[in-house]
Design a protein around this ligand. Structure first.
Ligand SMILES: *Cc1c(COP(=O)(O)O)cnc(C)c1O
Length: 391
């Protein structure tokens, strides 16, 4: 019987052989279009700080002021005595942003998704998930006790077949990413909502990559699709991407939110996020309204990048979001491409299995409102050089 040392060692060795070993960078600067790693400055095209708010002076000032007033640790879970004024104010602002009666903060998106799915679902229910959904949605669905079915990516017809094949009297939940995190494409939310209404199913949307960026006022992809809380009853989004902070929330009707407060173990049995982080989140939400130019500039950069990449014949994917992956295929080649870009002073992540299906490794380029036209042009020019050698 081999011990843990042998087993763990064998797994890591296999990962190295498969070009799937992952290593962390250590940033020596704040998040932004230029970051410092090992004493060298890089142009950064791999963060999810889509609006450039992670180091925004007003967000930093709100964090500082929040810490001075409320201290650092929240000291307890929300239900004991860790819930404070900044949490309440941020929840109200997020409910208003998403046009829903209420919102509930979680400490992370992972916790929000697993907590929501395990609270909503029980054995005998049916949960239908797009096969490219985020890992936290898949994990929550698998742990929920419901019958778990995956449908082909963005394929409403496949979903319909699976719904029709399910027991008609079972409770049904359809779960999708609003914007898919590794592909950058958007879910056909209006069609999904119509199908759900037809079959009396609920729709849950994870808008981690749409909130702040898409829709009127940055309200996200659900608003952009024109859906209200009757059509998409469960809306989850994170504060750690376009909003530049940390944590996540679920927005919906009173009944949903109260059920999560009373029942979600990931909400109940965890320390509340630091109140100062909630204060920073509130500042970020306000910037969505006062600095709308960030969304517009980002859209313009997306168009600029796609036009340039298309002219160069680069393997663009079908995305109009800030996530602009280049499909490479082989994990080793994606790694080599990313390493060559790094050598040239550009950080672009190589995304490999198991994050994406085998044979679809890619460079995940992300654009942010903090990038300039010139920086995007510099990326295109280095991509052209490296593609000449690598592709
Ligand atoms: C990042 C992400 C999450 C997890 O959010 P965290 O706050 O980072 O835990 C969930 N869903 C999607 C689609 C994500 O991209």
């Amino acid at each position: 019987m081999p011990g843990f040392n042998e087993r763990l060692g064998a797994v890591l060795a296999q990962r190295r052989r498969d070009d799937l070993y992952r290593q962390r960078l250590t940033l020596e600067s704040s998040q932004g279009p230029r970051v410092r790693v090992d004493g060298r400055e890089y142009l950064n095209f791999c963060s999810n700080d889509y609006l450039g708010l992670a180091a925004h002076p007003q967000v930093v000032a709100a964090l500082r002021a929040g810490a001075e007033r409320y201290g650092v640790g929240s000291g307890a879970s929300h239900l004991v005595c860790g819930h404070s004024t900044p949490h309440r104010e941020l929840e109200e602002a997020l409910a208003e942003l998403t046009g829903r009666p209420r919102a509930l903060l979680f400490s992370s998106g992972y916790a929000a998704n697993t907590g929501t799915l395990t609270t909503l679902l029980q054995s005998g229910d049916q949960v239908f998930q797009d096969r490219l959904n985020h890992a936290s949605l898949l994990d929550g669905g698998l742990h929920s006790g419901a019958r778990f079915r995956r449908f082909a990516h963005n394929n409403v017809t496949d979903l319909e077949h699976k719904i029709i094949a399910a027991p008609p009297d079972s409770a049904k939940l359809v779960v999708v990413d609003g914007v898919f995190s590794m592909d950058g494409d958007t879910a056909p939310l209006a069609d999904l909502a119509a199908l759900c209404q037809q079959h009396n199913a609920w729709l849950m949307v994870d808008d981690a990559h749409g909130i702040g960026v898409m829709g009127e006022g940055g309200a996200g992809s659900v608003t952009a699709a024109g859906l209200d809380s009757a059509q998409a009853p469960v809306l989850m989004a994170t504060l750690g991407k376009a909003l530049g902070c940390a944590g996540a929330f679920v927005a919906g009707d009173e009944l949903l939110i109260e059920s999560l407060i009373q029942g979600a173990r990931n909400y109940i049995y965890t320390t509340a996020m630091p109140p100062a982080v909630a204060a920073a989140g509130l500042a970020a939400v306000r910037l969505l309204a006062t600095e709308a130019w960030r969304r517009e500039h980002l859209q313009q950069l997306i168009g600029r990048f796609r036009a340039g990449a298309e002219a160069l014949g680069l393997p663009l994917m079908d995305s109009d979001s800030a996530i602009q992956p280049l499909q490479i295929g082989d994990a080793g080649r994606a790694m080599a491409f990313s390493a060559a870009l790094r050598q040239a002073g550009f950080l672009v992540g190589a995304i490999r299995p198991p994050t994406v299906p085998a044979g679809t490794s890619r460079l995940r380029i992300t654009l942010t409102a903090a990038h300039t036209d010139a920086e995007v042009d510099a990326l295109l020019s280095v991509l052209a050089d490296v593609a000449g050698e690598q592709l």
